[in-house]
Design a binder for this molecule. Structure first.
Ligand code: FE2
Length: 295
């Protein structure tokens, strides 16, 4: 396999000549290391079945099926399907997922370390994902801001972006909201933590899921600290020209692996009704998400 820097001046590496059926254990170690240090790895020219995609994911950790079944692939619940196609009149997966800044499963107690995305049908335009490297974004904060968030925690919930399920139609919204709070109550994670592999300080914070911050005594922080962090990290820039934002554009056959600890991402909006389908497998790697998460 041949590892090289992705073109375009953004973040990440690309790997040509990777064949999952002949790759060695060392190859997988090299890929995982590269994901942690470079944040994004694109395996080029892949041709995998759904089963093969899940098996590839298993080489990097334990797959976690999404907690809502409406996203599941019909033959393998480990695959999350984002797409707008129908099969025999029924939707397969869910259209227009993730069009807001977030880290996957940030609203859960145990988020997973790696996300693998394998587009199946790419639209002609707007084929890609925006990313922000939250290690670099933390470094770019002023010393005063870094001091202000030291020792704070951030609270996360899926409630703003929970997608109404077919079974929710005609239900009172208050019942749906109660379900969300019961199944996915708010969780608290440190606003910053050390990446368990690289040691880098990561700002773990997103517009989509983070709804409050607390100081070392458990009280809500003031001074709109949350909003200022969103602004300063580039998450409120609707032109997407902020220096922290990287657009990863996809080609047919790309399989993208990214570090779900240090990157937040946002699906590119495609206003057309063109067919688009993407598969995702998410895995818990061998490292704790951050030190002390199980304590
Ligand atoms: Fe996502």
């Amino acid at each position: 396999m041949e590892v090289s820097r992705s073109s375009g001046g953004g973040i990440g590496m690309q790997i040509h000549q990777f064949d999952a059926s002949t790759a060695t254990d060392e190859d997988f170690v090299t890929i995982a290391k590269t994901v942690y240090t470079e944040k994004i790895v694109v395996l080029k020219n892949q041709n995998l079945t759904p089963h093969g995609f899940v098996e590839l994911g298993r080489r990097f950790g334990r797959p976690e099926p999404y907690y809502e079944s409406m996203y599941h692939h019909p033959t393998d619940a480990n695959i999350f399907v984002s797409g707008n196609l129908q099969n025999a009149g029924r939707s397969v997966g869910v259209p227009k997922t993730g069009q807001f800044w977030h880290a996957d499963y940030q609203f859960m107690k145990r988020p997973f370390g790696l996300t693998l995305v394998y587009p199946q049908i790419l639209p002609r335009t707007n084929r890609g994902t925006y990313f922000i490297d939250m290690g670099r974004a933390y470094e770019r904060l002023t010393a005063g801001r870094r001091a202000a968030i030291a020792g704070t925690r951030s609270l996360h919930s899926v409630r703003d972006y929970f997608k109404i399920r077919p079974t929710d139609v005609h239900r009172p919204i208050v019942d749906v909201l109660r379900d969300i709070e019961r199944v996915t109550p708010p969780v608290s994670h440190p606003t910053t933590f050390q990446h368990p592999v690289t040691g880098e300080t990561i700002l773990y914070h997103s517009e989509g899921f983070t709804f409050a911050m607390t100081d070392g005594t458990g009280h809500r922080t003031g001074d709109d600290l949350l909003g200022r962090l969103l602004e300063e990290t580039g998450q409120l820039d609707r032109s997407f020209r902020h220096g922290n934002i990287h657009l990863q554009v996809y080609e047919s056959g790309d399989l993208i692996i990214w570090d779900n600890r240090s990157l937040i991402h946002r699906a590119l909006h495609n206003p057309s009704a063109e067919p688009a389908v993407s598969y995702r497998v998410t895995v818990h790697d061998e490292h704790p998400f951050y030190s002390g998460i199980d304590g």
